[in-house]
Design a protein around this ligand. Structure first.
Ligand SMILES: [Zn+2]
Length: 450
């Protein structure tokens, strides 16, 4: 990181007395970071920058300061099934007996999204990908929080009630409605909140979107250059359905539609044959790796092979615990289990996946993912007194192998303090939790009665 000891400068915010951990650099101790207009304006020895003027100072007390996590795949309203679906199904939309997305009203979607975002930000995520039905509620929740959000409206045209029972039944009206919601989101929200909100196309998955609808989205994305986020090779059920419906595998289907390129962000990528891995890697797609959700149903994606073939690997919590520290750890564990007792990857690599690679995937690698001068001030300060974060040697080892979302003390996004000493600054977090609980109680009662 460039050392810019801007003595005599004036900062909006000065974070002092920190050890900076950022991908590609050795840990730098006793440092300070000065922020102006939402960007990192100076990084230098605390002893020098301390002399500068600042509207606000935060004493890091020797704790580690790192870039905010880039969490590349979530559906925040799915908070509703958390802690329950993990024991019975690979994804809520395909699982019977749990509350379904199409039951949620706008208000309920908003209440759950608020809880999802609160948790992710509280645990150090400053760039969050989120897509689901009723995407305007997601945009509202993200804007309230002030987080950097990449949003889509989940588009699908199979009947959702039938899908939950494992049947694929076309629903043309649903396709029209969800596509219209995605397009309204793009029209009304792309670039909102000072550019913190960005919008993309989100066809749900090859098996839940018909060829005609997927083709229409691919054509629109080709025309306007927007990203396409989807699920790929998430289940054996999907693979079997695509062979029956299209006579081809999911990746071949996306290839057929012209979607295999660097603007595709594909979540999961589990059930792939060797030639598919090579094709996906060569095409430079972005993989949103969800190792915790995958492991919960006994699966591990071929991440080492995808990375070796050229895919960009990023990490996501996929509306599981929201804790990217756990995700880094599980990414290492699942890769090593697949590699059969081999030390594939290391702490530094997964830290890069959780920060710079995610930023690259979302097209913002020149703005976020690092603590460096000129970058947006998206940073996380860890608790200096946490026993699990000591001793610190290179920083990456202790963060990736032992860190926890609960260690996050302060979160800054675009220069604004969103979490101040463990508490959200934009809302009453107790109220967010209580409202989401009321919604959950109501919808679970309905699920149990069904
Ligand atoms: Zn998903």
């Amino acid at each position: 990181m460039p050392n810019t000891a801007a003595q005599g400068a004036r900062f909006d915010l000065l974070v002092e007395n920190v050890a900076i951990v950022t991908f590609g650099e050795a840990i730098a101790r006793d440092m300070a970071v000065g922020i102006c207009n939402g960007a990192i304006a100076a990084i230098g020895p605390a002893i020098e920058l301390r002399k500068s003027l600042a509207d606000r100072r935060i004493d890091g007390r020797g704790g580690m300061l790192m870039p905010g996590f880039v969490n590349t795949h979530n559906h925040s309203p799915l908070m509703i099934v958390r802690g329950m679906v993990e024991d019975i199904g690979f994804a809520p939309a395909y699982t019977k007996g749990v509350p379904q997305g199409h039951w949620l009203s706008d208000e309920e979607t908003l209440a759950l999204s608020r809880l999802g975002l609160l948790e992710m930000v509280r645990f150090g995520c400053t760039s969050i990908v989120d897509y689901y039905r009723k995407p305007l509620a997601l945009a509202k929740a993200a804007t309230e929080a002030g987080v950097r959000a990449f949003l889509g409206g989940r588009v699908m045209d199979v009947d959702t009630a039938a899908l939950a029972e494992g049947r694929f039944q076309p629903d043309v009206a649903l396709g029209k409605e969800t596509l219209a919601d995605n397009l309204t989101l793009i029209d009304d929200w792309d670039g909102a909140n000072g550019g913190l909100i960005r919008c993309f196309y989100a066809p749900h998955a090859p098996d839940t979107v018909s060829r005609d609808l997927f083709k229409l989205i691919a054509t629109m994305a080709e025309k306007d250059g927007r990203q396409v986020h989807t699920h790929l090779a998430q289940s054996r059920m999907e693979i079997a359905h695509m062979k029956a419906r299209e006579g081809m595998r999911s990746s071949d289907f996306l290839d057929d539609l012209g979607l295999l390129n660097e603007r595709l962000v594909a979540a999961h990528c589990i059930f792939l044959e060797e030639d598919e891995v090579n094709k996906l890697g060569n095409s430079g797609i972005q993989v949103a790796h969800a190792p915790i959700g995958n492991a919960a149903f006994g699966a591990a994606a071929p991440i080492a092979a995808l990375a070796a073939a050229g895919a960009n690997i990023t990490l996501c919590t996929d509306t599981k615990s929201g804790d990217m520290f756990e995700t880094m750890r599980m990414a290492l564990a699942s890769a090593r289990l697949r590699a059969k007792e081999t030390f594939v990857f290391d702490a530094h690599t997964v830290f890069g996946w959780a920060t710079v690679s995610g930023a690259q995937a979302l097209g913002v690698a020149d703005q976020v993912g690092r603590v460096a001068v000129g970058y947006r001030a998206d940073m996380v300060l860890l608790d200096s007194s946490a026993p699990n974060l000591h001793p610190v040697v290179d920083g990456f080892g202790v963060v990736a192998h032992l860190g926890s979302g609960a260690n996050v003390r302060t979160v800054i996004c675009d220069g604004k303090v969103l979490i101040d000493d463990g508490r959200a600054t934009w809302a009453d977090q107790d109220e967010i939790i209580a409202t989401a609980q009321t919604v959950a109680d109501r919808l679970w009662k309905r699920a149990r009665a069904a």
